[in-house]
Design a protein around this ligand. Structure first.
Ligand code: ASP
Length: 298
């Protein structure tokens, strides 16, 4: 039976915003449900649902992406199919739907990952129009963070903050929230995974996180599929989604993602994971205070 699970990021968030986000996730699942029911392909479904989240300023992806140190969005995204096909874009800008560009990398090139201007140029060739809008709420937050960075008297200069960026942004906002991802098993029993993010607040120009890296932010194989969110540098070191999907060889998705997140906790990796195994079982786990997620069976 076709099934879809999606996440909207893991971290710490106030109750009100958590509830608002959960409603948005439910609405998104309502919108995509007919695709699940009418036998659409897993890759089309995960792309569509991630596009919906990339359009919503509530999430940290596409239009709602967080801003780097210089005040610009640089986005990462990837897709993967259970046959090993993979496509990713890193530090892409000026497009509305990075995950769709990642899909084009998978389908139209022999490469796995394009970055920066190369990814943008490729997107234009593929017909993606320029999109540079930034929601006011993200501009405001960037100004507040930069101000806080400047005013903080406990360190001596930006480099120290860059080294401690994770602590700094958590201290001031607590919400490294909003990366989006989806995993789907379709009626033809294909599994696809997709993830899209703006990364982390005030990241250095050119910083690439886990999201566009195969096996870190996104993975799929004959055992299942997974999408991750959380502290990218730690997720990359663990190849978190590959670990979770490999565990699906012997365990259900629910047990596999739980075990992978337990390993992550031991490695000081704050994260959230969603997954689906070959039998259509879903799994979700996180070691952060909360994660936006939801799922739907056809
Ligand atoms: N994993 C993303 C990154 O490090 C951020 C997140 O999921 O919140 O780029």
């Amino acid at each position: 039976m076709p099934v879809l699970i999606i996440h909207g990021g893991a971290g710490r968030i106030d109750k009100e915003r958590e509830e608002k986000g959960n409603k948005v996730i439910e609405n998104i699942l309502d919108t995509v449900e007919p695709m699940l029911k009418t036998g659409k392909r897993a890759m089309d479904i995960v792309e569509f649902v991630v596009n919906l989240m990339e359009d919503n300023e509530m999430f940290n992806a596409g239009y709602g992406s967080v801003l780097n140190y210089d005040g610009f969005p640089e986005m990462d995204a990837s897709v993967m199919l259970d046959d090993g096909s993979f496509g990713g874009v890193a530090s892409i800008y000026g497009v509305k739907h990075p995950v769709s560009v990642a899909r084009k990398v998978m389908e139209k090139t022999d490469h796995l990952l394009l970055n920066g201007k190369g990814a943008v140029d490729f997107a234009r060739v593929m017909g993606f129009s320029e999109f540079n809008e930034i929601p006011d709420v993200k501009k405001k937050r960037w100004k507040e963070l930069r101000y806080a960075l400047q005013e903080d008297k406990t360190t001596h200069g930006e480099l120290i903050y860059w080294k401690k960026l994770k602590d700094f942004t958590e201290m001031h906002y607590g919400d490294r929230y909003g990366t989006v991802g989806a995993v789907c098993l379709d009626s033809g029993e294909r599994i696809a995974s997709a993830t899209s993010t703006g990364g982390i607040w005030l990241k250095l120009y050119g910083r690439v996180g886990d999201t566009p890296i195969m096996g870190a932010g996104t993975y799929a194989s004959s055992y299942g599929g997974a999408s991750a969110t959380g502290y990218g540098e730690a997720i990359m070191k663990m190849f978190l989604t590959k670990r979770a999907v490999d565990l699906m060889k012997d365990y259900s998705a629910s047990e596999a993602v739980k075990r992978a997140v337990e390993e992550a906790t031991k490695a000081d990796c704050s994260c959230g994971l969603i997954g689906i195994d070959r039998d259509g079982n879903i799994g979700y786990a996180f070691n952060t205070p909360s994660m936006w997620f939801g799922y739907r069976h056809a």
